[in-house]
Design a protein around this ligand. Structure first.
Ligand SMILES: [Zn+2]
Length: 176
């Protein structure tokens, strides 16, 4: 099943030589917790998690480039920075000030994340912004092939995720 964001809110993938850059801009909103400090922290966590094993697609290196921006003055995504520009790679995440809020992403571009989300949660939710689905069961355990993987309860970036992210954008990287 595929879902197309009605507003074009998404991520982008572009190839230059033998490197594919996957880019997503993420605007944090919802009050003072949506600070630039938190934005840079979450950006670092997401990039470290997704790039840590030197991802590859066929003969290309893959680089995950998240740009997190804080917009603490906006209480709603429709007033958040960039929303009305309708750009390809924009996403919006409310920084939820309640403790024990369960972080989530709706429709692959609209997040509601706990302000004190762990690095692992930020990286998992960032996977949803790249249009990946959960691969664990609510009753516990991982779906087959996703044991220890990022979209289950682990941190491994398995090849299937990279392939899906890149192929969805029609990028090829054949032998040369
Ligand atoms: Zn999830």
């Amino acid at each position: 099943m595929s879902y197309t964001d009605p507003l074009g809110l998404d991520y982008s993938a572009t190839r230059a030589g033998n490197t594919i850059n996957v880019y997503a801009r993420v605007v944090l909103y919802g009050g003072k917790a949506a600070s630039q400090y938190r934005a840079k922290q979450w950006e670092t966590w997401a990039e470290n998690a997704w790039n840590k094993d030197n991802p590859q697609y066929k003969n290309c290196d893959v680089n995950f480039d998240f740009e997190f921006v804080g917009d603490p003055d906006s209480g709603l995504y429709i007033t958040a920075d960039g929303f009305w520009r309708f750009r390809e790679a924009d996403n919006f995440v409310k920084v939820n000030p309640s403790a024990n809020h369960r972080s989530n992403v709706t429709a692959n571009w609209l997040g509601d994340w706990e302000y004190d989300a762990t690095p692992g949660t930020v990286a998992h939710e960032a996977g949803h912004l790249l249009h990946l689905e959960d691969r664990y069961f609510e009753t516990g355990g991982s779906m087959r092939g996703h044991e220890g993987a990022m979209m289950s309860s682990g941190d491994k970036i398995i090849q299937q995720y990279i392939d899906k992210i890149i192929e969805r954008k029609g990028i090829n990287c054949s032998c040369d």
